[in-house]
Design a binder for this molecule. Structure first.
Ligand SMILES: Cc1cc2nc3c(=O)[nH]c(=O)nc-3n(C[C@H](O)[C@H](O)[C@H](O)COP(=O)(O)OP(=O)(O)OC[C@H]3O[C@@H](n4cnc5c(N)ncnc54)[C@H](O)[C@@H]3O)c2cc1C
Ligand code: FES
Length: 316
């Protein structure tokens, strides 16, 4: 694991906004780019007092020394990052790579399924399978055509690409599970399906492949705190066993995952998360009401020395 946190932080070299809630950040981090493997993640702190946010390594370029993260702004920290993480600024901390790399060698035919934001983390696996000689069928699902991203990157590394939209505005109308049915109908020799997306999507994908006996791997994102197997926050039930997603995963056998337990645990801190978001949003509104002269400190910095309202909020 690279524990690199030199003082200037990790510079954001590029950013792309895919929608009003989804954005990618290309970070200069040569050591991370060198160490990263498909399926791994990092824990990011955008500033010194920021929350630790686990994010999957969506791409890495060893020659350029960069890693790419794709983030969905869902709560206080990811919305704050959406505001402050601009090209030229730096992330305070990026720790990793964490998690067990996904095995991408030794397969002849694989299906890589990404739903919504899950399209980003499945990319390194699709590329890794291809680099190792597999026939790769990509299945990407979005709600509508306006939300599509990285189609070109997948076309470059997939032998076949099935694009699905919920409303039929691009590709086939349907969910990624419908795409899996198409792939299975066309190929009797699929070794493995890898599916990444919201828990309910991964559950449905696993149920689609179960009757066909096709090994199905899913990537689980329970709430993580330390990311090193110490806190127990990321416990997931896999068959009769309890596993820690941060050190035993995040990839697991989708046919054994207790998705009900995962979904229940993800909602555990909903009240605290909402409180943190409300307080942050109110703070932003207050900052907007402060005249620019005060913001720039002309009337004395003490005016802006507001307490950090998030210090005491767990998980937010
Ligand atoms: C291994 C892993 C990889 C991930 N990769 C990505 C990614 O590539 N892109 C992306 O946008 N998101 C990813 N996530 C989810 C991301 O970490 C959460 O969306 C983020 O922490 C939410 O923080 P928040 O303050 O913005 O929202 P909050 O309001 O605090 O939480 C919103 C929801 O996010 C989840 N969440 C909150 N805190 C955590 C946490 N510490 N760990 C995991 N989930 C949490 C909960 O389900 C919660 O209900 C990943 C999570 C894990 C565990
Ligand atoms: S995040 Fe603490 S044990 Fe996994």
């Amino acid at each position: 694991m690279v524990d690199a946190n030199p003082s200037p932080g990790f510079k954001i070299l590029a950013r792309e906004d895919f929608s009003d809630v989804t954005y990618s950040l290309v970070i200069h981090h040569p050591l991370m780019a060198k160490a990263a493997r498909p399926g791994q993640f990092v824990i990011v702190m955008s500033h010194e007092t920021g929350e630790r946010v686990p994010l999957t390594i969506a791409d890495f370029d060893r020659a350029k020394g960069t890693v790419t993260l794709v983030v969905q702004a869902v709560g206080k920290s990811t919305k704050e990052m959406q505001q402050i993480c601009q090209v030229g600024t730096s992330l305070y901390g990026v720790v990793g790579p964490m998690g067990v790399p996904s095995p991408v060698a030794g397969k002849k035919k694989v299906v890589c399924v990404g739903g919504g934001l899950g399209v980003a983390p499945i990319f390194p696996q699709a590329r890794g399978f291809k680099e190792n000689g597999a026939y790769v069928i990509g299945i990407l699902g979005f709600r509508n055509k306006n939300l599509i991203f990285w189609e070109d990157k997948f076309r470059a590394c997939c032998d076949e690409l099935i694009l699905c939209t919920d409303d039929g505005s691009a590709g086939m109308k349907g969910f990624v599970s419908d795409g899996i049915k198409v792939a299975i109908a066309g190929h009797s020799n699929i070794d493995e399906v890898v599916a990444i997306g919201p828990p309910i999507m991964m559950k449905v994908c696993a149920e689609t492949t179960r009757p066909h006996g096709i090994r199905t791997i899913v990537s689980l994102n329970p709430i993580m705190v330390d990311g090193t197997g110490m806190c127990g926050g990321c416990r997931v039930k896999i068959g009769n066993e309890m596993k820690f997603a941060c050190v035993d995963g995040p990839d697991f056998d989708g046919h054994k995952v207790d998705f009900g337990d995962l979904m229940m645990r993800l909602k555990r801190y909903a009240e605290e998360e909402k409180a943190a978001l409300d307080r942050w949003s109110e703070n932003c509104r207050m900052m907007q009401r402060i005249p620019p002269a005060l913001k720039s400190g002309e009337a004395g910095d003490s005016v802006l020395q507001m307490p950090d309202p998030f210090d005491d909020v767990l998980g937010g």
